[in-house]
Design a protein around this ligand. Structure first.
Ligand SMILES: [Mg+2]
Length: 223
């Protein structure tokens, strides 16, 4: 863990990274995406589900596919799909404490929207740590793992890659970060989509529990 001593930019993915995938926030958003597709493309529930999944896999995000193939208004989509109940996300004071202790800047880098990110970090009680959020609008709707959003992120916040770590649950999203010189930590997952490529050399740390990992990190870098 000695290279973590020089980390000054702690870059976090949002969904299924700052909170556990078992909370199924994504399941709720997925449902809203299907509703949106049914209404806007005038298709059945089954077709909507298929379109949602196909675009997610072929275009990185469902939104990206909808924009390219159907000229869907991105802001309208984001507003609609993130209109969910966030009540089941619980405060995580332990996580907050560990994030607070990390030296340097803490940044969120998400394929979702800023509004969604703000709601999530508010519910988790970790909001004060994150002055910087880089969302899908900042990415010009080009999602991770395309290289462009990583380059834009680094440029926008003057990030020094050698002093950065990126923490995320989709293994292949860590590859561009590694290629740019960042350290990477993968939030372990059984989901085949998240797992793909997890055994590659672009993964530097495998994280079972984010709070525990940060606790260990803080302990180590404080020595
Ligand atoms: Mg994620």
């Amino acid at each position: 863990m000695k290279e973590l001593k020089k980390i000054r930019y702690w870059i976090f993915d949002l969904d299924n990274t700052l909170y556990s995938a078992t909370t199924n926030v994504f399941g709720k958003i997925d449902k809203k995406m299907c509703e949106f597709i049914m209404e806007n493309l005038n298709v059945s529930k089954e077709e909507a589900l298929k379109i949602k999944n196909d675009y997610f896999h072929s275009h990185g995000t469902t939104l990206n596919g909808l924009m390219k193939k159907h000229k869907i208004d991105a802001h309208h989509f984001l507003e609609f799909v993130h209109d969910i109940d966030y009540d089941f996300l619980k405060k995580n004071p332990e996580l907050n404490e560990e994030i607070q202790k990390l030296p340097g800047e803490k940044i969120i880098f998400t394929n979702g929207s800023k509004k969604h990110a703000e709601r999530v970090i508010e519910r988790l009680g970790v909001k004060n740590n994150f002055k910087k959020i880089f969302d899908i609008v900042d990415c010009d709707f080009i999602p991770k793992p395309e290289i462009e959003p990583y380059q834009k992120l680094v440029k926008k916040f003057n990030i020094i890659c050698e002093n950065s770590i990126f923490i995320e649950d989709i293994a292949r999203n860590l590859e561009p970060a590694h290629n740019m010189g960042m350290k990477t930590a993968w939030i372990e997952s059984d989901d085949p989509y998240c797992k793909k490529g997890f055994d590659g050399n672009h993964i530097h740390y495998i994280v079972k529990n984010l709070t525990d990992f940060l606790k260990q990190t803080n302990k180590f870098i404080g020595q």
